[in-house]
Design a protein around this ligand. Sequence first.
Ligand code: GUN
Ligand code: ZN
Length: 429
Amino acid sequence: MSQTLIRGRILTFNAEPQGPDDATAYSYLEDGGLLVEGGLIQAVGDFADLAAQAPAAKIDDQRPHLILPGFIDTHLHFPQVQVIASWGAQLLDWLNTYTFPEETRFVSAEHAAAMASAFFDELTRHGTTTAVAYCSVHAASAEAFFAEAQRRSMRMIGGKVLMDRNAPDGLRDTPQTGYDDSKALIERWHGTDRLLYAISPRFAITSTPEQLEAAGALVAEHPSCYMQTHLSENLAEIDYTAELYPQARDYLDIYQGFGLLSDKALLGHAIHLKPREIDALVEFDARPVFCPTSNLFLGSGLFDHQGLQARGLTNAIATDIGGGTSYSMLQTLNEGYKVLQLRRQRLHPLAAFYWITRGNAKALGLADKIGSLDAGMEADFVVLDASATPAMALRSARAQSLSEELFILQIMGDDRAVKQTYIAGAPQK
Ligand code: GUN
Ligand code: ZN
């Protein structure tokens, strides 16, 4: 098998940076090399050393750009690629007016396949190499998602949404068909190549208690699968949820009562939490997922990153396409920075880039495979240019440190700053 040696400025994180001066949290090589073979990183080090060690390797010179681990997006909706930028509504109206009608189109395997191809093209263009996606209620949409990810050798996580009420015709399953379809998809795709399954009850409003019970059975039968759902995103959503589940102590108690919580549970949004809910998240070590562009776009609220972190929780961060407005994890960090400013919290660029790489990998329990550039890791990485646009170049001319360069990427960057994306060692552009 042939070796490739990618040359550039290499940045990877060993731990979460505790502040702007925490140089122990990351490794930076000014003239570095990544030796890649068979989809894995064989070695990382100074370019000259690796070139001497592997004289037959093909050289891929990405200087003067920065090479980072591929970005990880921990919550987004594959059937919403044509929902982004739908005007004038908050969560429940937005779902009923735009999102549910759009998702009904995924009954067509042909449509799902075309959208899966476009979806992975966009992720790759934006530097995202792993994502956790909701598919539509139709098993065929999850088939299309996994088949296309497999074709591209991507490490992808996804699941067919479970929803059996409060949704239009053509967009409901039943507790039994939802269970059966999920089970068949798990058997076919979970652990196949680089693919993993997420059991995906959409949220309490669109599932009957019988369906959440079936979801709990799936979780118990498949403990290595993820479980993803939505939690406490919007005040009207929370009120309606309480009406539907009057016996529950709070929103999270519904999921808790059906056995859905663990460190494999990804809880999208988690904004308006009560003290008991935070205690329960801590007890189960479940993963809140911050979706800043979506939370601003839908007017949902301001995620309390530091407050949850102070309780020992591992927060993930995500785009939430199509409530979210950009596929870019850089733009997600930009909006995340602003949300946290409104909370009087500060997201330093070192912590920000840790978050969208190793931090999200840790939240997914995958930090031994993705999210950092070390020997033995899967070879997913991005090449970034902090002078990608005239405005960025103007600003970068004044940058004097790595942190400043990263902050320019965090605030001004998007797909234009992504010069190349490698998946399992293969350049995609
Ligand atoms: N809650 C339930 N479904 C959805 C969805 O598709 N997007 C968002 N943002 N919230 C949800
Ligand atoms: Zn969502």
